[in-house]
Design a binder for this molecule. Structure first.
Ligand code: SF4
Length: 355
């Protein structure tokens, strides 16, 4: 719909960034536009087994492990040559193969490791460490079959500047986010939020519905306001991840699995390597085997939402909301990046695909 019909003012991009606050934030985040990510399954083993883990859906869990450090070195050098500047090490559980994480770090020093936090990753592997939390310790015992999980994670990563806790909201742990956030705040940790996103074919009780999405939205908002020093998030992150529509429906996912364009952006550069160092364009995204219609995953959003800069450059408030999202994403994923104060403190509707 054009502006003469809606009555909305049309902005040029130069008018939006004429605001000095917006301009400063845009200059801050644009320095990181060089980031080009790929992800790597480091091992198919894990020391816990969580209900609904997307790693153990689909075929990738059956790939053979390649534990040869020289093979990993060769792969990472080729990745660097290909223009990859940021690696996400996942798996199953990367802390079980620290020697391979170290090889990756030596070759591409920007990246993040997704871990359950039960085994400390050596400090000299200076990536961001994302420690997954699925509720309080009672819930973790039920869903992950691990005792005292949060208490052990907090001790393992106490005063470790690499660490950020990632709380995955499921329908059954929404209220527990309050006690977990309070405990992390007491211990000086940071927390960001993730949403359970069902693996393909998942029929269990952790899939969100409109009611649990609304309750999650309310809880996230309360925590963001109550713990501004602890919670690394923004109102627009809440909008993007708790909408009844998933990320693909809202923003059009740019990962190869949903994006046929292979000549630009993620469609060209992104690969998702399995433990045998092979990759498959048809399956390539940061959370493979997740049901795209239910995908609200924080890792997916960090690329899918940020890639839609021009859709948000329609007016100053939408652009501020997008800048908050990018600022949050960089603070979560890039070491030594400090999040600024959020610029937009209300809910802005995601832009339509035509914008
Ligand atoms: S699961 Fe999410 S990130 Fe992966 S292709 Fe689907 S929408 Fe994109």
């Amino acid at each position: 719909m054009n502006s003469s019909v809606t009555g909305k003012k049309e902005y040029k991009f130069s008018e939006i960034i004429a605001d000095p606050v917006i301009k400063e934030r845009f200059e801050k985040v644009r320095k990181y536009f060089f980031l080009r990510e790929s992800t790597y399954d480091m091992t198919h083993r894990c020391n816990v087994r969580c209900e609904g883990c997307y790693y153990f859906a689909g075929e990738k869990q059956f790939a053979e492990e390649n534990l040869d450090e020289n093979s990993w070195q060769t792969l990472l050098e080729a990745e660097k040559e290909r223009g990859i500047t940021f690696v996400v090490l996942a798996g199953a559980e990367p802390s079980l193969v620290p020697q391979l994480c170290e090889v990756c770090y030596r070759t591409i020093p920007l990246g993040a490791i997704a871990t359950n936090g039960l085994i400390h990753i050596p400090l000299h592997i200076d990536y961001k460490i994302h420690i997954s939390v699925w509720g309080n310790d009672q819930t973790s015992l039920e869903i992950r079959k691990a005792k005292d999980m949060l208490a052990r994670q907090i001790v393992n990563y106490q005063d470790d500047p690499r660490a950020i806790f990632v709380y995955t909201f499921t329908p059954v742990n929404i209220d527990q986010a309050r006690e977990v956030t309070a405990l992390l705040a007491q211990n000086g940790h940071k927390i960001t939020f993730n949403m359970f996103s069902a693996p393909e074919g998942y029929q269990g009780h952790l899939r969100h519905d409109p009611d649990t999405l609304a309750r999650t939205r309310q809880t996230m908002t309360e925590l963001l306001l109550q713990y501004p020093e602890t919670v690394v998030y923004s109102h627009y992150n809440i909008v993007a991840h708790t909408d009844p529509k998933g990320l693909h429906a809202l923003y059009s996912c740019s990962y190869p699995r949903r994006n046929p364009l292979s000549d630009i952006g993620l469609g060209r550069s992104f690969r998702q390597y399995r433990t045998d160092l092979q990759w498959d364009r048809e399956a390539a995204c940061c959370v493979p085997d997740t049901d795209c219609d239910d995908c609200r995953h924080y890792a997916a959003g960090s690329a899918v939402v940020t890639a839609r800069m021009y859709r948000h450059a329609s007016d100053p408030e939408s652009f501020k909301a997008w800048l908050d999202y990018v600022d949050t994403y960089l603070a979560v994923w890039v070491k030594d990046y400090t999040k600024g104060q959020n610029l937009c403190d209300r809910f802005i509707a995601p832009p339509s695909a035509e914008a």
